[in-house]
Ligand binder design. Structure first.
Ligand SMILES: Cc1cc2nc3c(=O)[nH]c(=O)nc-3n(C[C@H](O)[C@H](O)[C@H](O)COP(=O)(O)OP(=O)(O)OC[C@H]3O[C@@H](n4cnc5c(N)ncnc54)[C@H](O)[C@@H]3O)c2cc1C
Length: 208
């Protein structure tokens, strides 16, 4: 049964878009997504790693995973990626807000079963999550590949939403003697921590 997904923005439509390039930029800027699906009328929202490969969104997991098994069987899903860009301090609680970019992709994922294609997908995931790392790692074994399911969700039915800029306060609050503005937020990498059991003498690679 084909299901119509409602991606028409009702609330704050000026913040919304269906531009593919914008959606790709938002997807490429993130590392984790939340995968939503419904089983027996109970919604679940599961955080996962992902990567974009062209017009496909890739997620992967153990062949034993409930999510993977159900999505592979054709269960509809919604994958959301959110970037939390700032806290917006308005002059009232009502107008206090967040700056953000978010993208939602809807549809049915399909399983990548061809071994070479699966390897390409794994490479895309590693390249996205840990750029530069792939060249240092051995190839996945057939046993490892068989233990992993790779799912591709077409980036066809999607929407993006974005809030930027300062607070938008009511005229009646503009004379309030309270600080107003934005505190930008960003995810930063910390200092790498060497594995305690690493062979001595291995230098930290530049890509860290
Ligand atoms: C970090 C963050 C914090 C937020 N905090 C709040 C909050 O506290 N309260 C609040 O009301 N809203 C918040 N929003 C906005 C929220 O995501 C919804 O856009 C809003 O609540 C409207 O929901 P709706 O179902 O009524 O939208 P509708 O306009 O009815 O949604 C219709 C369609 O528009 C698209 N759409 C809607 N929202 C988004 C989105 N965020 N990203 C991509 N596509 C979208 C979907 O395709 C959806 O099916 C936040 C968003 C982000 C990213």
């Amino acid at each position: 049964m084909t299901q119509k997904v409602d991606t028409k923005f009702k609330r704050e439509p000026k913040r919304g878009s269906h531009d593919f390039k914008l959606a790709c930029d938002m997807l490429d800027a993130g590392k984790i997504c939340h995968v939503g699906f419904t089983l027996d009328e109970q919604p679940y929202v599961v955080p996962m790693a992902y990567a974009r490969m062209g017009d496909q969104l890739l997620i992967h997991g153990s062949i034993a995973s409930r999510l993977v098994k159900n999505l592979a069987a054709g269960l509809r899903c919604c994958v959301t990626v959110t970037h939390f860009d700032g806290l917006v301090y308005a002059r009232s609680t009502f107008n206090s807000s967040m700056n953000y970019r978010s993208v939602m992709v809807f549809g049915v994922a399909h399983v990548i079963s061809d071994t070479d294609e699966k390897r390409r997908c794994i490479q895309a995931l590693v390249d996205h999550l840990m750029p530069g790392r792939r060249a240092d790692l051995r190839m996945s074994t057939i046993k490892e590949l068989n233990a992993t399911s790779m799912l591709a969700l077409p980036i066809e039915t999607f929407s993006t939403k974005c809030r930027t800029g300062p607070p938008s306060d009511s005229k009646s609050d503009m004379n309030a003697r309270v600080w107003a503005g934005v505190v930008p937020l960003r995810l930063n990498a910390g200092e790498p921590i060497d594995a305690p059991d690493m062979i001595p003498g291995i230098k930290r690679p530049d890509y860290l």
